[in-house]
Write a protein that binds this ligand. Structure first.
Ligand SMILES: [Zn+2]
Length: 247
């Protein structure tokens, strides 16, 4: 029995068809679990639909609210309860305005390049940048730190822009490998140099609070290019961020 109103299968809005039919993905439940636990992903680009931004944010919030209410109702929760009744709208606003804000390229931080007047031509490292992302396989948080570095090609950007670039790509459904590479790519583009490095060290709540329930492990990913492909430069970077240079 369906709760009154909305069809759970297909939602059609402004000609956009969102397939919500649980079994049209061509995967068995077992394969779905495996892919999630192995965090398999094939693309550097976040897989987005061509019409990803055809709906405006207000409409997205209204639709997500409606569908999140359905999820809670199916779970058996009483949405007339004072504590629960605002939850669907809160979740919808959080998804669109905060958690997944980085999906929209319009929200990408603009980066102004400055001349490197003082001719600082050594490595610049910004370490312990807060990373708060979301696992795209389980929709639970990934929380950790990023260390980024570059060697100026003659241009520099404001330090806080490094944090903002990390945050922008984190605010998407992600896998950590892709997040690392997307940040590195944007740094190269913004700084007009190949000489960039990114390390992310993060805990995945899908690993710590479900599945294997391992609360102690963290996942390390790294992207090096240009001069950071050279042994000495890489070791220097690892030393600055407090990681034991081994390789
Ligand atoms: Zn996960």
């Amino acid at each position: 029995m369906k709760p009154n109103g909305t069809s759970l299968n297909t939602l059609s809005t402004n000609g956009i068809h969102l397939n919500g039919n649980g079994h049209n993905h061509g995967l068995t439940d077992e394969l779905v679990d495996d892919m999630g636990d192995n965090h398999a992903s094939a693309n550097l680009e976040t897989p987005l639909r061509d019409d990803a931004f055809a709906l405006d944010d207000d409409l997205k919030i209204d639709l997500i609210e409606e569908h999140f209410r359905e999820i809670m109702t199916i779970l058996g929760l009483d949405l007339t309860d004072d504590s629960l009744k605002g939850t669907p709208r809160r979740v919808a606003k959080m998804y669109v305005n905060e958690t997944f804000k980085g999906l929209n390229p319009a929200n990408k931080p603009s980066t102004t390049l400055f001349e490197n007047k003082y001719q600082y031509n050594q490595m610049l490292v910004e370490r312990d940048i807060t990373v708060q992302s979301y696992c795209e396989h389980h929709f639970v948080p990934i929380i950790g730190k990023a260390h980024v570095a570059y060697i100026s090609s003659g241009k520099v950007i404001g330090l806080s822009k490094l944090n903002r670039i990390v945050q922008h790509f984190a605010k998407r459904p992600q896998v950590q490998e892709r997040l690392t590479m997307q940040i590195a790519d944007e740094l190269k583009r913004a700084l007009q140099t190949e000489d960039v490095a990114v390390i992310i060290d993060a805990a995945h709540l899908c690993v710590s609070t479900r599945g294997v329930n391992d609360t102690a492990s963290s996942t390390l990913t790294a992207a090096y290019s240009g001069k950071f492909d050279e042994e000495a430069t890489r070791q220097e970077f690892l030393k600055y961020v407090g990681m034991k240079p081994t390789m």
